[in-house]
Design a protein around this ligand. Sequence first.
Ligand code: FAD
Length: 342
Amino acid sequence: MNTASYDVIIIGAGAAGLMCALTAGYRGRSVLVIDHANKPGKKILMSGGGRCNFTNLNSTPANFLSDNPHYCISALKRYTPQHFLDLVERHGIEHEEKAAGQLFCKDSSKEILDMLLTECEWAGAEVRLKTSVKTISGVDHGYQLQTSSGTLTCESLVIACGGLSIPTMGATGFGYDIAKQFGLAVLPTRAGLVPFTLHPELKEQLAPLSGVSCPVDVHCNNEHFREPMLVTHRGLSGPSMLQISSFWHPGDSLSVNMLPATNVEQDLHDLRNSKPQSTVAQYLAQHLPKRFAQALNDVHGWAGPLQGYKNSDIEQVARALDQWTIKPAGTEGYRSALFRTH
Ligand SMILES: Cc1cc2nc3c(=O)[nH]c(=O)nc-3n(C[C@H](O)[C@H](O)[C@H](O)COP(=O)(O)OP(=O)(O)OC[C@H]3O[C@@H](n4cnc5c(N)ncnc54)[C@H](O)[C@@H]3O)c2cc1C
């Protein structure tokens, strides 16, 4: 086979690779994107529950986790959420704001993928699928790649083959291997935005609550997220748990405030005075889904009417609800992580 030459070759036809391809194409460079998968942008299709949360208008550098927090500042200054929104609107894609600043497609993530592929086509960037890379070597003024579709050379080689999350979608550690080959430092990776698994006893106690969600405030390593927590048949998920997972390390405990909008201690004192026969379970049922209230009560073994509770007992109950300490067994790992962090 002959050697084909391009100004830019990009490995990976995901969100990053396609965005890079259209940008380089519009700069007048000849561009080839190669991907070993049979379809481009598979992760875009599954993003945002199938409706792609394509940007966040309130995104700032503080939202990015990095050993070098300055890294994203210039990138975000040069390409803002509004730039991407303008692109989406030029393509007539209908969108809606769910939580503050979070923009989702009204219809389907496929519209975002189609938009990127259309832009690549307009920019003259070629996307070649089912192509695997065997070797990469540095040559004069660029790189040479041995691939399943022949020898390719380029001046600039972009590695956009994604992180390790969801291997069933084609994720590999290929990018890290290439970095190592070219002597670049690679930090240890771990799954981020990932559900927690629980030790058997708590898992069993919470099992009947699978599918139940409630708003909590979860704390770990000086970070906290006040968002819903979802109990699953494997452990804990939902926005609060996914977010805090990026700050959690094996062995750490989570502190979960189950009633963040409530002064539990004051409420229980008041209730003991006004309705001494009330139980903690009844109090919980006023604030949480009924099944959740009962299970939480059972986990802690609270029994009997409040009139039998001393002030110190009430204080203990309040602390257990304000700072429920949960030590996860681990996380679900890359199998279901939304991202990887360093
Ligand atoms: C369930 C889920 C929901 C998500 N929802 C959102 C959301 O709503 N909003 C959001 O912003 N983000 C979301 N994300 C994260 C987002 O999808 C990813 O951050 C983003 O798609 C990563 O893009 P990427 O181009 O870096 O990598 P990828 O999309 O992983 O693309 C990498 C490409 O490289 C290819 N590749 C890998 N190895 C090789 C190799 N050796 N040779 C050739 N090709 C290779 C892969 O086949 C793939 O096509 C979600 C992720 C998941 C898993």
